[in-house]
Ligand binder design. Structure first.
Ligand SMILES: [Zn+2]
Length: 222
C-alpha cells in the first residue's frame, strides 16, 4: 500500500509541507467552516490537526451524537496526496481548490447527507460500475458512493457561492480528479452525477441551508 501511494503521488507530483505549509490549510479550513456554519446553523465541526494512518490529508469524523471533527492529517504520505488536486500548473488556484476539498469534508458532517444516503437510489451506469466492488474502507460501496456524492455536491455549491469566475475551474478540477481515480475505487467516482449537478440550473434558494439545496439539486438531476 505504501509503495502504491508513493508511486501514485509521484505520478501526479508529490506535494510536501514545504510546498504547502500545514498552517495555510488550517487557515483555509477555519474560513470554510465559518462560511458553511453561517449557512448551515446545525453544524459545528471541530478542527483537529494531527497525524493519522489514513492516506488522505483531510478527513471528517461524524459521531452519532451529531458532533463532527474535521481532520487535517499531516503525515508526509497523506500530504503527498494533495498532488491529486494541486500542481505547478494551478498554483494561483490552490487556496480555492483546498477550500473546496474542505467543504467536501464538512459536507460529511451534515444531517441532510444522512437523509440523502438513506433515501437516494442509485441507478443505471453508476449502479453497474459499483456492482460487486468492495471499498478499501469496508462499508457498502453504494452507501459510500452516496455519502461521497452528497459531500461533492456541497463542494460544488461552496465553489459556486464563493469563487465567482474561478468556480468553473475548481469544479472541473474536482470532477476530473474523481474520474481519474475512479478506476481504483468506483465508490468515489461521482464524476458522472457531478457533471450533471454542476450544469443544473442552480437557482437554489439562498435562504436554504447548503445541505438542503444540495439534496434538492441532486434529486432534480436524478
Ligand atoms: Zn468524502
Amino acid at each position: 500500500m505504501f509503495s502504491f501511494l508513493l508511486s501514485l503521488s509521484l505520478g501526479f507530483g508529490a506535494i510536501s509541507q514545504r510546498d504547502l505549509p500545514v498552517d495555510r490549510v488550517e487557515k483555509i479550513a477555519h474560513e470554510v467552516i465559518a462560511n458553511l456554519k453561517a449557512d448551515n446553523p446545525s453544524i459545528d465541526p471541530t478542527l483537529v490537526v494531527t497525524r493519522r494512518p489514513e492516506p488522505t490529508p483531510l478527513g471528517a469524523m461524524a459521531y452519532s451524537n451529531g458532533s463532527c471533527a474535521l481532520i487535517i492529517n499531516t503525515t508526509d504520505e497523506a500530504w503527498a496526496q494533495w498532488g491529486r488536486f494541486i500542481n505547478s500548473d494551478n498554483t494561483s488556484k490552490w487556496d480555492e481548490i483546498i477550500a473546496a476539498s474542505i467543504a467536501h469534508e464538512v459536507g460529511h458532517c451534515m444531517e441532510e447527507g444522512k437523509r440523502f444516503t438513506s433515501n437516494y437510489e442509485i441507478t443505471g451506469d453508476t449502479l453497474r460500475a459499483l456492482g460487486g466492488v468492495n471499498t478499501a474502507m469496508g462499508g457498502s460501496p453504494s452507501v459510500v458512493f452516496k455519502q461521497e456524492l452528497f459531500a461533492d455536491a456541497i463542494a460544488v455549491l461552496y465553489a459556486k457561492a464563493h469563487f465567482g469566475e474561478d468556480s468553473q475551474y475548481i469544479v472541473d478540477n474536482l470532477i476530473q480528479s474523481r474520474a481519474r481515480f475512479g478506476h481504483d475505487d468506483p465508490s468515489h467516482n461521482t464524476s458522472r452525477e457531478l457533471t450533471a449537478f454542476a450544469m443544473a440550473d442552480d437557482a437554489v434558494a439562498p435562504q436554504n441551508a447548503t445541505g438542503t439545496n444540495a439534496v434538492k439539486l441532486l434529486e432534480q438531476i436524478h
